[in-house]
Design a protein around this ligand. Structure first.
Ligand code: GDP
Ligand code: MN
Length: 388
């Protein structure tokens, strides 16, 4: 689950990480009083107005503004709140800004990149840091990858200690006394909050010699939310794809993609393989959809509803392996769903496993237009060809 910068900073604050302080608002009526409050509470004239959306690159897209005076801040806040912000991470359609964060402005000496995530290839957490942090970090990674430093935290006794020392040295931060403890606290925060990513870009040193988290991007493992009710409460539905939200209500694992071949599959592994084969056959999958191991008429119907709400979909490929679920039941579910939902796209069905033969007979004898296939290759080829 993604959360906003201001929420991520609330979490960081609980771990004593120094942050750029400020207040988030969503009503334009609160703009003036909030600017004044930031100026008074943090003893500053200049403030920063920052769009709160679940996407990065806000600075370059015009969603982060340095405002030397109250009037500048007023202007920037009124422009940014409610704007459609387009950054390299939002896609060309952009994102509506429903919240802004107004913060104290800091005098930056240097910008660093700092992140903790999990490195699957090494089976361990990893610090990723750079002394070339800031809005151009992607270009640094592309053109000067040697300026991105990694230090892994494996399960050996002093792993954290030595990884922290390593990043302090590589960033030349030895002169800052509190920074060793801060990196340890950041790791503690990452672990205890079940983050899949904790990124601070930039982490800055200021002209008054402090180290401060200027930005914060924290992604939480959704499967852990049951043990973090206070983080689960940060969920901002307005940031999510409406179809994915609907699918979650149905208990379906659905991720929208850009293609036109809708995929309905049981099991995440089979769903991934099905998308690969659609691509292999020259098509583009419209989605990932795992209807679960115990798919029934209801789940199949809900799956259809979700897939069909995506107007790009031109054909639907159903690939179900009957293990616990019997293929004849799935076949009946497909028929019932197709009848009820009045489909106007091609449906290719491949059912294998328990009672597959019976399922094929049921589909072939039904009076609805379905294309049945025996192998996955045949099914994918047909689903792709029917579009052309
Ligand atoms: P992002 O573009 O979405 O990553 O948003 P950030 O919060 O990282 O802000 C983008 C850039 O704005 C930072 O890299 C800074 O260069 C600049 N910026 C943000 N806050 C301040 C501030 O308090 N003072 C100064 N001088 N620059 C700031
Ligand atoms: Mn940033």
């Amino acid at each position: 689950m993604k959360i906003h910068e201001y929420q991520a900073k609330e979490i960081l604050k609980k771990y004593n990480i120094p942050i750029q302080e400020g207040y988030a608002i969503e009503n334009s009526a609160d703009i003036d009083s909030t600017i004044k409050k930031v100026q008074a509470d943090f003893n500053c004239e200049a403030v920063i107005v920052k769009a709160q959306i679940h996407a990065g690159g806000r600075g370059k897209g015009g969603g982060v503004k340095y405002c030397p005076t109250f009037e500048d801040a007023q202007g920037a806040a009124n422009t940014i709140l409610g704007m459609n912000l387009i950054t390299h991470q939002t896609g060309p359609e952009g994102k509506m800004v429903n919240k802004i964060l107004i913060t104290e402005a800091l005098d930056i000496e240097k910008e660093y990149y700092f992140a903790i995530t999990f490195d699957r290839s090494k089976n361990s957490d990893v610090f990723i840091v750079s002394s070339e942090g800031g809005v151009d970090i992607e270009e640094v990674a592309e053109n000067n990858p040697d300026q991105i430093i990694k230090a892994w935290i494996d399960d050996s006794p002093n792993a954290l200690e030595s990884a922290v020392k390593e990043i302090i040295t590589s960033l030349s931060l030895e002169e800052f006394e509190n920074v060793e403890q801060m990196f340890k606290d950041l790791y503690k925060c990452y672990l205890e909050s079940d983050c899949s990513l904790l990124e601070i870009n930039p982490l800055v040193s200021t002209t008054s010699n402090e180290i401060i988290a200027l930005d914060a991007k924290v992604d939480i493992d959704s499967n852990s939310l049951f043990r973090h009710p206070e983080i689960a409460a940060y969920h901002d539905k307005s940031e999510e794809d409406p179809l994915e939200l609907k699918a979650a209500e149905y208990g379906l694992n659905y991720i929208k993609l850009d293609g036109n071949v809708g995929c309905m599959v049981n099991g995440a592994g089979l769903a991934m393989a099905t998308m690969d084969i659609v691509k292999h056959c020259g098509g583009e999958p419209a989605n990932f959809l795992d209807v679960g191991g115990a798919a029934n008429v209801e789940t199949i119907k809900n799956g259809f509803k979700i897939i069909l709400s995506d107007k790009n979909v031109k054909s639907i490929l159903i690939n179900i392996f009957g293990g616990i679920v019997r293929c004849d039941r799935v076949a009946n579910g497909v028929i019932q769903a197709v009848k009820e939902l009045d489909l106007d796209v091609v449906v290719v069905v491949r059912l294998q496993g328990t009672n597959a033969k019976l399922a094929k007979k049921i589909l072939d004898e039904s009076d609805i237009e379905l294309i049945s296939a025996e192998t996955i290759n045949e099914a994918a080829t047909k689903a792709v060809e029917m579009i052309k």
